[in-house]
Design a protein around this ligand. Structure first.
Ligand SMILES: Cc1ncc(COP(=O)(O)O)c(C=O)c1O
Length: 426
């Protein structure tokens, strides 16, 4: 699949939007709305595209669960050859439920608890990406209690300014909470190499998300490989992995997607020269364009000179527009009935609850279905129960077949953890 192809698993034929071979209105009928719908072929194609891009160097692709942790998708990416990248005990649990073995899992995150670290070590994960000196000591202690050596990679903050669309998705800039500050990284890595219950296996970075320029990857890789060279010069012989994180962007609107040929040209020779195995942790790149959110129009309203389309999905289903100011293309599932300019808003009691503002959309009527595009990453995983709204269904399409892979929550789900008759303590 070429980079210019937008949301390739979705197309309109005979006036009707389809995901692969399945009309989206059929899914709307069977699964109800709001529902997330994912295209298997898109995920496969995107994974293969990345894997082909980095094929010339020894590599591992660890799919990042935070982008979309649906079990069916995890099984799919695992079947394509992916490992997993997790950032919480919950994600570790999900990854293992989906069939990933410990050695197929990397455990990262800036604030891992002692319990999570113990769970990671007990699962025999491939690597724990350590983000601070304090965490390194804690990992050493927990491993000592287990009489094992913890496999560790140091997440370095490469301190590179990137072009990510929103400040909340820039993670590798100076002063961010993530990673070990660049000036401390050599010292912390050397410390890791000397601690008795830690084996320093890798160096890691993550620049940010939704990146379209590839230069930061080159600069960051240079920074990591220079640390690796210094460590080797000081006798550290245990390094095996160079993890350059995730972050490759996708097209939502008119963004220029990263030039993968240039990415390969500028990054892979550095990796090859380092003698280390490349690790990448993609999320959005693999699943971002592979999903739509199906939502039904509830009402139309005219207020304050503005047209509103009120849908049964809002910020509780898709937080990205209100949280990041993100753009998602919206189209009516059935053919065009003219266009209007409108705010497409959800039912949540917040003025910030919208899917699109001042947008050219089809002239939809109550009952019509809309598809909100490119929501495969950071969509369902960020859904919430705010306003006691039940989370919708997730549907996977494969050719002419589809399956509900997450059932819509029921009202009972909302209260199942609440204690009816609490036990009072003092
Ligand atoms: C450490 C780390 N790795 C990988 C990713 C995946 O990023 P993306 O979905 O942009 O590829 C993230 C996302 O924030 C991250 O924090």
């Amino acid at each position: 699949m070429g980079q210019g192809v937008l949301s390739a698993g979705f197309a309109r034929s005979a006036g009707l939007l389809r995901c692969e071979g399945v009309p989206l209105d059929t899914i709307g009928e069977v699964a109800g709305t709001p529902s997330y719908v994912y295209s298997t072929s898109t995920i496969r194609n995107r994974y293969d595209l990345l894997s082909d891009t980095i094929a010339s160097v020894p590599h591992r692709i660890h799919y990042t669960l935070k982008a979309n942790s649906n079990r069916a998708i995890l099984r799919l990416v695992r079947s394509l050859g992916a490992g997993a990248d997790v950032v919480s005990g919950g994600e570790l649990f999900r990854a293992r439920q989906a069939g990933f073995t410990g050695e197929e899992i990397i455990f990262g995150g800036v604030g891992k608890t002692a319990r999570e670290l113990a769970e990671a070590l007990d699962a025999r994960v491939l690597l724990v990406n350590v983000e601070s000196e304090m965490e390194l000591h804690l990992v050493d202690e927990i491993a000592a209690r287990r009489r094992i050596r913890a496999p560790v990679s140091i997440r370095v903050n490469p301190e590179i300014t990137v072009d990510a669309a929103h400040q909340y998705i820039r993670t590798g800039e100076r002063g961010q909470k993530f990673g070990v500050p660049f000036d401390d990284a050599r010292r912390v890595a050397e410390l890791a190499a000397t601690l008795p219950h830690v084996t320093l296996l890798g160096l890691d970075m993550h620049l940010g998300s939704q990146l379209s320029r590839v230069d930061p990857y080159r600069v960051g890789t240079e920074r990591l490989t220079s640390i690796a060279a210094d460590l080797r010069a000081r006798g550290v012989g245990s390094l095996k992995y160079l993890d350059i994180g995730g972050g490759l962007g996708v097209r939502y609107d008119s963004e220029e997607p990263p030039d993968l040929a240039r990415f390969a040209e500028s990054v892979l020779p550095l990796v090859a020269a380092s003698g280390l195995q490349l690790i990448m942790e993609p999320g959005r790149f693999v699943v971002g364009n592979a999903g739509v959110l199906l939502t039904r129009v509830l009402y139309r309203k005219h207020s304050g000179g503005k047209e509103y389309v009120i849908t049964d999905a809002g910020m509780t289903e898709l937080l990205r527009p209100s949280h990041y100011g993100a753009f998602h293309r919206i189209e009516a599932v059935r053919a065009d009935n003219g266009h209007i300019r409108a705010d497409v808003v959800g039912p949540v009691c917040e003025s910030g609850d919208f899917l699109a503002l001042d947008r050219d959309v089809q002239n939809v009527r109550p009952g019509d279905l809309l598809a909100v595009f490119d929501v495969g990453a950071y969509g369902f995983v960020m859904a919430s129960n705010y306003n006691s709204r039940t989370r919708g269904a997730e549907v996977l399409v494969d050719g002419d077949r589809f399956a509900i892979v997450t059932e819509r929550e029921r009202y009972e789900t909302l209260v199942q953890q609440e204690v009816d008759d609490p036990e009072w303590r003092s």
